[in-house]
Design a protein around this ligand. Structure first.
Ligand code: SAM
Length: 157
């Protein structure tokens, strides 16, 4: 599924993922992170909670999730209970720019289509702070591989 950003939150209401590449991109990202067993993972900007459920069901023992929106927190909290992984997931409403976690807590941190809304340097600093040394950061973000054509620039402006 290809994502079309929707300020009205239609994707969140329908419970699908909200990033480019959809579920396939999430599966690839988590596989690339090498998440496993007793590890502890954090999903920043968890949205509808799909990735959180995948992490807790298929990969790691403990998952923390956060979103700045109350709706994201509520949707994720409901979804993890429905998926039967609620006891191994903690969901909080918080800002990625000030992560409410102690340093070096996580083996893996993931974020999908979140950095575009953030001060990237600040959030990357926070991600590095809460990751263990040698931990893995997995980010799925719309990225320009080359300067866009002028027509696209004009359209975006
Ligand atoms: C496009 S959605 C992506 C949701 C989910 N990661 C996914 O890929 O399906 C962006 C999410 O990031 C959250 N978000 C935006 N800015 C944030 C911030 N500063 N801190 C935490 N979450 C944020 C939004 O509330 C929203 O749920």
């Amino acid at each position: 599924m290809t994502h079309v950003f929707s300020p009205s939150g239609i994707w969140q209401r329908t419970g699908v993922t909200e990033h480019l590449g959809g579920i396939n991109a999430t599966q690839r990202l988590l596989a690339m992170c090498g998440a496993r067993g007793s590890q502890r993972a954090l999903d920043i900007g968890c949205g509808s909670g799909y990735t959180v459920c995948r992490l807790a069901s298929d990969y790691v023992a403990q998952v923390s999730a956060l979103d700045i929106s109350r709706r994201g927190v509520e949707d994720t909290a409901k979804r993890v209970v429905k998926a039967g992984v609620g006891e191994r997931v903690g969901v909080v409403q918080a800002d990625a720019h000030r992560l409410p976690f102690r340093p070096s807590l996580f083996d893996i941190v993931v974020a999908e289509s979140v950095l575009i809304f953030c001060d990237v340097q600040q959030v990357l600093g926070e991600m590095a702070r809460v990751l263990q040394p040698g931990g893995v950061l997995g980010v799925n973000e719309l990225t320009l591989l080359q300067p866009p054509p002028e027509r696209l620039n004009t359209l975006l402006r």
